[in-house]
Write a protein that binds this ligand. Sequence first.
Ligand code: AMP
Length: 426
Amino acid sequence: MTRPSAPRGTRDIVDLDVRTFRRLEGCAGACFEMYGYEEIRTPTFESADLFSRAVGDTTDIVEKEMYLFEDRGGRPLALRPEGTAGVVRAYLEHGWDQSAPVKKLWYGGPMFRAERPQAGRYREFWQIGGESFGNPSPQADAETLLLVRDILTSSGLTNGVRFLVNSIGCAVCRPAYREALKAYLTERKSDLCENCVRRLERNPLRALDCKGDGPKFTEAPLMADHLCDACRAHRDEVYSLLKATPFSFEESPRLVRGLDYYTRTVFEVTAPGQGSQDAIGAGGRYDGLVKLLGGPDTPAVGFALGVDRVARALQAQGFSAPPPKKIFIAQAGVGTSVTAFTLAQKLRTFVKSGRMPAIEIGASTKSLKAQFRAADGWGADWLVLVGEEELKKGAVVLKNLRSHSQEEIPLVEVVDRLLTSIGKTN
Ligand code: AMP
């Protein structure tokens, strides 16, 4: 029979990956708290139209990447392709726009997009993100960027991280820019990919963000030259705040977000060691989204980090998180079961060192040889053998499986000995 395998574009997160994810999640959680965010866990699926409205029906995500299904009641649902829509839905559903209009929420979890899988691009991938509602000030934009920087720095990702920042204007100034861009692109229609031609009318900014191989339109009109006074003042203030911090970023006048509800600040974060998938996160201000989803006019700014990609970047920079030390207790012979079992529990209760060792007990139904094999397979550092003969003398055998030394010691000393040794080797 063929062995089962995970669906295409998905994978099991194990070993170093899982420890890197945890490290990042731990650092992110601490940073979010420091910046006044509360955690929210939204469903992994929502009503499909929430995403077509929030993410936009001219985006790749909605046009071709959503996992759509109907539940048994015939309701159209979608696995979430991103986190913002669900958080905005929750903000409105709980009435926080009325009771706590200034609210900061963070989330982490798997997202689903039916993209073409490749290294660093999956169909199920993980994001950590934050959304800050109710603050129109440039300080909220600058704070969001610093929060992302702090999450990455505290998790250990420092080398080569780039922050690209731009302003894409607002409902006042973008329409004129859009027309200028549309005119420019219409003249070069033959250079556009099929998707960009189709979206030219409704969403010309997408052409600047096109992931295709076509020309990059380096001479295209820039939003920076079309910003209204209010947007220019906002952008300048964001940049001054960041420079006062200080924070290293690059003004990136060609960076866009193709959707109307994005306003003013947009940013992207990249890190080396990712091949073509070097974007590890993105974010920006989206003052139009809460209203678009049926709420009052509410300024908001947010971001999402790609956990899989940050983890890869961390590992490419040599990040290592060793697993805990492992103690395996083997047992053999009449009357050893209770001692072996209680010893395992005692060790688990008396763990004093900063990093907890893992404690495993061999199957009492298996031969000693099979238990030794299990200890090896598990990667044990230490093995305690509770044997019938030794136990009669009140002793056990302690083996160091790294140095291959072993000695018989009194049972009453084993907990202290192990915890001291582990403390020394940590
Ligand atoms: P987005 O929601 O498209 O702005 O993506 C935010 C971040 O999520 C990106 O910068 C990536 O790091 C990550 N990301 C997006 N799509 C994928 C994917 N298919 N696989 C892995 N990471 C992804």
